[in-house]
Design a protein around this ligand. Structure first.
Ligand SMILES: Nc1ncnc2c1ncn2[C@@H]1O[C@H](COP(=O)(O)OP(=O)(O)OP(=O)(O)O)[C@@H](O)[C@H]1O
Ligand code: SF4
Ligand SMILES: [Mg+2]
Length: 328
């Protein structure tokens, strides 16, 4: 098996709060293989962005370990991380906030080359042109300023900057959420093309199930900073095993006649990350919770090869939600 580009083990992150701590990431482990897109999905506040910031080491974890490209970067200093940043990039949701408004697009594209490659000015300008072309930006855009471009074009600039130094992994945190639907498809297609050409691995963060299904090879479903389920995208969407995933899919995806999922609404509120509930975090909202569910953290159990879920009821196969009464 090829060595993973990213290996995360037992990752924990707590943000200090006045009356305790926000338990944003709770014992998360996963790998990403070269050329793979791992989708990270979950409700707002489930810890997706925090994981993105931790694996790119823009945040330091409270616990656990992060290995990137064979190197342990859990506690790496800024100086150690600097040369590594070329290979480990992040693209954020808001391209307006991510780009310096006083630089032309040409300069914005040259900037990452300046940091990591030994090229002269003419070579950098030529490379910036090539980058613009790769992300399908018109040449005229190079002389413009960010406010003169559309959101979709600006996100192409952010992606071009992220791939400028041939990274091994790019974290994409809701890269299309601020864009119109029509523009979104073009960005997703571009990411797909770039990955096919270069074999970049991607951690694709989104709360949008349809987008995650479209782009991901594998998917992790997060609930309150903990992994509820992890599987190949096809497995997860065809046969979700965790009651939370089942509820999420049935509530947010259009009915698929090939997948006879019971239709359930996610009832109640996600518990506060300031006071984590005991046992299974989903117990308070789970339609099939047992008394034992609040006693101990459910272990990740294999549902089928490559498909794991953290639910007590996987063991005896009683984890599938029944059709609610009164549903046709
Ligand atoms: N800098 C911070 N200080 C304190 N708490 C934070 C900070 N950043 C995030 N949090 C909290 O950590 C938890 C996880 O937040 P995070 O932004 O990772 O969630 P998310 O899944 O990305 O949500 P969204 O879909 O809204 O972007 C939330 O409870 C959030 O309020
Ligand atoms: S462990 Fe219990 S509460 Fe948690 S999802 Fe499974 S059945 Fe529901
Ligand atoms: Mg987020």
């Amino acid at each position: 098996m090829t060595a993973p580009v990213l290996s995360v083990r037992n990752l924990v992150h707590r943000f200090p709060a006045t009356n305790g701590a926000v338990h944003a990431v709770n014992d998360v482990s996963f790998d990403i293989a070269p050329g793979e897109t791992l989708g990270l999905v979950g409700e707002s506040g489930s810890g997706k962005s925090t994981i993105g910031l931790l694996v790119t080491r823009l945040l330091s974890p409270t616990g656990g370990s992060i290995a990137f490209d064979g190197e342990d970067i859990t506690r790496a200093s800024a100086a150690t991380l600097r040369p590594l940043r070329a290979r480990l990039q992040i693209v954020f949701q808001d391209p307006w906030g991510a780009l310096n408004p006083r630089m032309t697009i040409g300069r914005l594209l040259e900037e990452p080359l300046l940091l990591h490659a030994r090229q002269n000015a003419a070579e950098r300008t030529a490379e910036a042109r090539r980058l613009a072309d790769r992300v399908r930006l018109p040449e005229a855009a190079l002389a413009r300023y960010p406010h003169e471009l559309s959101g979709g074009q600006l996100q192409r600039v952010s992606i071009a900057r992220a791939i400028a130094n041939r990274p091994k992994l790019v974290v994409l945190d809701e890269p299309t959420s601020s864009l119109d639907l029509s523009v979104r498809a073009g960005i997703l297609q571009l990411l797909d093309e770039l990955q096919r050409e270069t074999g970049i691995a991607m951690l694709f963060i989104s709360h949008d199930l349809e987008t995650v299904r479209l782009v991901s090879h594998r998917v992790i479903v997060l609930y309150l900073g903990r992994i509820a389920e992890q599987a190949a995208a096809a497995q997860l969407f065809a046969s979700p095993a965790h009651p939370y995933t089942q509820t999420l899919l049935s509530a947010h995806l259009p009915p698929d006649p090939a997948v006879p999922l019971a239709r359930h609404e996610v009832v109640g509120e996600i518990p506060s990350p300031l006071r984590l509930p005991p046992g299974c975090f989903f117990a308070g909202r789970c339609p099939i919770a047992l008394p034992a569910c609040t006693q101990a953290t459910p272990a990740m159990l294999a549902v089928e090869p490559g498909h794991h879920a953290a639910c007590l009821r996987i063991a005896d196969g009683s984890n599938l939600l029944a059709q609610p009464e009164g549903t046709p």
